[in-house]
Design a protein around this ligand. Structure first.
Ligand SMILES: [Zn+2]
Length: 272
């Protein structure tokens, strides 16, 4: 059976596109997943900040309460001083008022510092809130986009698959399986010419007998090094081969048969 390499080349191009589109379809939800993950982290940050704000706000309230109490205490001591009659009592009172005033002032300073800290936190929380909202919008947009992008790519894929079916229909299933795997692994190139005895896919030198088999084009040959499908193409290399290896048109000899048996062991996809 001689092989139609044009069909294989066309199939190669269609398959390469099919795989690109398939990968693209897989990538589409991934963009959304990444955005959702980022949003999740931003939200965690936001809630941590919010908890911190609530905590600091409660501490501030407590400080305020203590500060007001301290003020009342000082005032009470000042009134007591006014009604003090003994010198000794008055001295005691003065010291107590001074102490109460120090406590009041300290609380006032702490309260102000806490107030400032809370204001900073609230500013940061507001910024984080904006980020959350922006990312939520992005996720929402991406979700809408995802569905239409997938539908769009599926239409392209369906068309390609029709071509793929058409080009594949006369090819044996095991060849198709192998060929599709090669295209996937070899960046879309699964059929390459043989120049002389050199595979133009991996540029390895192949045994002369194997090259002869390729040249006879009676069956599909796969490069034993890179697994690509090989077809013979005339080139300058032919002259070199003749010089080095002599006449490549020698009739089927024992050598030719031997080479075939070496390289067709697992490549014999048309084997009967
Ligand atoms: Zn090769």
């Amino acid at each position: 059976m001689s092989v139609n390499y044009d069909t294989l080349k066309k199939l190669q191009d269609v398959l390469a596109q099919v795989f690109i589109v398939e990968d693209r379809i897989k990538e589409i939800p991934r963009d959304l997943e990444v955005k959702e993950l980022v949003l999740q982290k931003t939200k965690v940050n936001y809630y941590e900040m919010k908890d911190k704000c609530d905590q600091v706000r409660a501490e501030l309230e407590e400080l305020n309460r203590k500060y007001i109490e301290a003020g009342k205490e000082r005032e009470a001591k000042e009134s007591a001083m006014e009604s003090a009659t003994l010198v000794r009592e008055s001295e005691n009172n003065e010291k107590e008022i001074r102490d109460a005033a120090i406590i009041e002032q300290t609380l006032f300073k702490n309260k102000n510092a806490k107030q400032k800290y809370l204001a900073d936190l609230e500013t940061k929380l507001a910024v984080q809130d904006e980020i959350v909202k922006a990312q939520e919008e992005e996720v929402e947009e991406e979700t809408k986009k995802k569905d239409s992008l997938i539908a769009e790519q599926m239409t392209i894929l369906d068309k390609l698959n029709v071509e793929r079916e058409e080009l594949s229909k006369d090819l044996p299933a095991n060849l198709l399986f192998k060929f599709e795997r090669i295209i996937r692994n070899k960046a879309g190139v699964g059929v390459v010419p043989l120049h002389g005895i050199i595979c133009q896919g991996c540029f390895m030198e192949l045994p002369q007998q194997f090259a002869n088999t390729v040249r006879r084009n009676e069956e599909i040959s796969f490069c034993p090094y890179c697994s690509r499908v090989l077809y013979y193409e005339e080139s300058d290399e032919d002259n070199n081969v003749i010089q080095v290896h002599g006449d490549i048109h020698t009739e089927e000899g024992e050598e030719g048969a031997a080479a075939e048996s070496i390289f067709s062991s697992d490549e014999d996809i048309f084997g009967e």
